[in-house]
Design a protein around this ligand. Sequence first.
Ligand code: OGA
Ligand code: ZN
Ligand code: ZN
Length: 389
Amino acid sequence: MATFRPTRVELDYPSRSCLLQHDDDKLFGTYPYVWLRDNCRCDKCFHPSSRGRRVLMVDLDPDIIPDVAEIDDQTLNIRWPDGHLSQFPLSWLKEMQFSNMREDPVSTPVRQFWGNEMHHKIPTFSFADILHNDKNLHDWIEALQVHGLALIKDAPHKEGAVLEIGKRISNLKMISFGETFQVLSKFEASNLFCTNAKLGLHTDLPYFAYSPNIQMLHCIKQASKGGENQFCDGYKVAEDIKHIDPEVFRILTTIPVDFREWGTDYKEYHYKHRSPIIQLLPNGRFKAISYNDQVRAPYIQIPVQDVYKVYRAIKIFNTELYKHENKIEIKMVEGDIVSFANQRVLHGRSSFTVTETNERHLECAYIDWDEACCRMRVIREKMLNQKPL
Ligand code: OGA
Ligand code: ZN
Ligand code: ZN
């Protein structure tokens, strides 16, 4: 029976690798020479408390070949031509098997696209659980990765709840409106969201090159009339368009549209950015949707002969967003926090009435995937008793 441990090491010159083998010649793993030299764990090459590599590329020779390699009990020992000794615990090499590398589930979530059926099954969490229970915090972020939409119930009916959630993850994303900002209807607002007007389906801040990833809207006071929110899975719509009309999909994924906003609320600001409405990763997966009629710029930096076809493509995209089967509507009650992947799930709001005794009030905040995924990994590693590599 092959033991877990390899017992022999062979220097394989054609592959420039150490082949670690069990007694019965079964291969345990292939470790390229240059990779071994780069990942020497000695104190000179690797700083143990910071876990930072001290070997710099400038000193690394990709053609390096060990002088001697041997296995003793629990360690692979390698003597390099300059006399340096590297010692690799076999248990560590096992985790580093190239053929068996684990994919990080947090970095590669499997998304589920949705339409109107989501109305009955929005993933729902309680504010207290998210605040006090790591598993709930993790599952909420996971729901945002998979579905892009989740509801948090029973938050206090006052400002500060989204800040508390932000602190559970790390920090909220700071923008010129502050860490959080209040969505209230103001007289002579310099921004449409600060009125009682209807807001069409949109993503927030498409005029940022690094648009916020996760958005939270906390309902502190709801309007008695109106003020419902609409949501639509932009990736589902984009996927549909890819099949229905590939030319429209090509236009939406390649021709950039300009977005801008300036104003004087808080600090004076003027943001602008241009990007295709549907942005793809090099592997074809969706990276982001940027779409917001309110702040679409009047200037479009494209050849004038492309303008008509861009408008036509946007119109087709927009028509899909508003189809009954693609969108849902909810009316938040006080204490609800709706959270969504801003660059995937478009959100809108119905107009509402404001009276002297009933002023609608939401608090809005953003947080980025880097922070949320970081928290998920830490929680998973604790729950599964895994050490990061
Ligand atoms: C916004 C927004 C939604 C609402 O402020 O960008 O979408 O319900 N608000 O007021
Ligand atoms: Zn070393
Ligand atoms: Zn918005």
